[in-house]
Design a protein around this ligand. Structure first.
Ligand SMILES: [Zn+2]
Length: 75
C-alpha cells in the first residue's frame, strides 16, 4: 500500500464513561493491541486484525467546569 488510510474512531470507557478518540490505521498485516483508560485503567478497546489504533486522546464531551477553556485540554 502506498498510502495509509487513517480514520478517527470514538470509544467510551465502560468503567468510567470517559470518551476517547483514536486514529485507526489500516494495515496489510495483522496487529493486536489494546488501550487502557488513563482514568480507571480499564481496557477501553482491544483489537486484533489488519488495523491498528494509535493517537489515543481523552475527549471531554461534557465540560466538567463551566467557563473553563475547552481548547487545548492536555491530559
Ligand atoms: Zn475509565
Amino acid at each position: 500500500m502506498a498510502n495509509s488510510i487513517w480514520t478517527i474512531e470514538e470509544f467510551t470507557c465502560t468503567g468510567c464513561s470517559m470518551n476517547y478518540t483514536a486514529t485507526r490505521e489500516e494495515h496489510s498485516e495483522a496487529h493486536a493491541g489494546h488501550f487502557k483508560c488513563t482514568i480507571c485503567s480499564g481496557v477501553v478497546h482491544a483489537w486484533s486484525g489488519k488495523h491498528h489504533f494509535f493517537g489515543w486522546k481523552a475527549v471531554t464531551t461534557r465540560p466538567p467546569v463551566f467557563g473553563r477553556r475547552w481548547a487545548g485540554a492536555d491530559w
